[in-house]
Design a protein around this ligand. Structure first.
Ligand SMILES: Cc1cc2nc3c(=O)[nH]c(=O)nc-3n(C[C@H](O)[C@H](O)[C@H](O)COP(=O)(O)OP(=O)(O)OC[C@H]3O[C@@H](n4cnc5c(N)ncnc54)[C@H](O)[C@@H]3O)c2cc1C
Length: 406
């Protein structure tokens, strides 16, 4: 049976998260967009209290032991609401985030317990980040230059990572960690790349820059340098062997199967914020959207608006499917990229059109619409750009390898 309804439990969580977004995020959204490098500590402490005591589950848990779960779908539902509140603030919330997703996707059961437990234990707020991108490597992650060399009971990391979301909070300002992608053997290409957990405050890991950005300005985006950074041997996620094939790399890449639906959900939240605002503004000005009329009786504005709603709904259905597949232990690599590519594109189009529809009102910094347009674009960039996700979709559908279609 096909079921498109959320369970009562998820509906309840959606409602509660929406209330938090409306009451705790919207009122400070503009302030922390303006004060880019300051932290909304009251909000962060509040969200830490809520999230560490009510963990909604491990993002990226692919094979639930006790049957299908709603963990990944639940994340998508709540993240859409939080991003409706404010995408930058959502990205700044203390949690296991992308780093945690990498541990869940590629770590052993012992590593999951060791690294993720702290996010449910209370204490001070904690963050985890994931550092892949380098000055000379972004989309092509097989070109990673950061090295990991074994020295007795340690790995020694050297290299530079840039544009790391929550990098400052995870590396220096909490008892969190950064998952760092590094190569054990540059000549081995993809097969040599592994993920390593570097605990916050480890000597040799430095934050060298925090970016000034177009959008999601409440979220820190850091550059990290690793200089003879020594970490314990068992902080490598998965096997230390460099296989003949790139199978091991697929394990590391599986992180994206969990995180791309999450980014898509966040994009949908931003797009919905813009659409809700336009709809309400039109009602206030006596031009409500008239649903149910034949298309020849609709105004151009009404047709455009309904098209935007339909595009957003299409992106949401793709996103929920990708998350649901993960919850049911199914491979979702194609669906995760489809959802991310669709949602990233739709949110940029929807927010831009929304600004256009309201004219000066859309452009004014007195309102949040222009901000949502700025916040939208990142969804087309991180966790694989629009073009890269489209290429993955093409590869999967046409049956090409990454060598054959790149
Ligand atoms: C705010 C922000 C937060 C970020 N957070 C993180 C993070 O937490 N961790 C992390 O590791 N990285 C993060 N990133 C980096 C992000 O993932 C990269 O910017 C992204 O992967 C693109 O890589 P690049 O910047 O090197 O661009 P490039 O790979 O140089 O791409 C430039 C352009 O060329 C296109 N392109 C590249 N290759 C192809 C191809 N084969 N076919 C067609 N088009 C192609 C791309 O789509 C893009 O449009 C973040 C970036 C930003 C801006």
């Amino acid at each position: 049976m096909i079921e498109f309804e959320l369970s009562d439990g998820l509906k309840n969580m959606q409602m509660l998260t929406h209330q938090a977004a409306e009451n705790a995020m919207r009122p400070i959204a503009r302030e922390y967009d303006e004060r880019e490098h300051e932290k909304p500590w009251d909000f962060l402490n509040l969200m830490w209290q809520v999230s560490h005591s009510n963990p909604i589950g491990g993002l990226g848990d692919r094979k639930p032991k006790d049957g299908p779960s709603e963990r990944n779908l639940g994340m998508c539902v709540s993240i859409e609401e939080l991003s409706w509140g404010d995408a930058g603030l959502y990205l700044s919330i203390p949690n296991a985030g992308l780093g945690g997703a990498a541990v869940a996707a590629a770590g052993t059961p012992e590593q999951k317990a060791r690294f993720l437990k702290r996010f449910t234990e209370g204490g001070k707020p904690k963050w985890a980040a994931m550092a892949i991108t380098e000055p000379s490597c972004g989309s092509d992650s097989s070109a990673i230059q950061t090295t990991a060399v074994r020295d007795g009971e340690h790995w020694v990391l050297n290299g530079t990572k840039i544009f790391c979301t929550a990098g400052l909070m995870a590396a220096e300002k909490s008892e969190g960690f950064v998952v760092v992608w590094a190569t054990l053997d540059r000549t081995a290409g993809r097969a040599g790349i592994k993920a390593f957990v570097v605990e916050a405050g480890t000597p040799g890991m430095y934050v060298t820059k925090v970016e000034n950005k177009l959008g999601i300005r409440a979220s820190d985006t850091a550059a990290l340098v690793f200089e003879d950074c020594r970490i314990p041997l068992d902080n490598i996620l998965g096997s230390p062997e460099v296989p003949k094939t790139s199978e091991g790399f697929k394990g590391v890449m599986a992180t994206f199967d969990a995180t791309r639906p999450i980014v898509a959900a966040s994009a949908i939240g931003v797009g919905r914020a813009a659409l809700d605002f336009v709809r309400e503004t039109l009602v206030q000005h006596g031009v409500p959207i008239r649903y149910g009329l034949p298309s020849h009786k609709l105004t151009a504005l009404e047709r455009d608006f309904m098209d935007m709603e339909a595009q957003l709904q299409a992106a949401r259905l793709l996103t929920w499917r990708a998350a649901w597949m993960m919850d049911n232990g199914m491979r979702n690599n194609l669906e995760a990229s489809m959802a991310k590519a669709k949602a990233g594109l739709v949110v940029t189009q929807v927010t831009q059109k929304a600004v256009e529809m309201l004219g000066p009102l859309g452009y004014s910094r007195q309102l949040l619409l222009e901000k949502w347009m700025r916040d939208a674009k990142i969804n087309d960039i991180f966790e694989g750009t629009q073009q890269i996700n489209q290429m993955i979709v093409a590869r999967r559908i046409l049956g090409y390898s990454s060598k054959e279609l790149s």
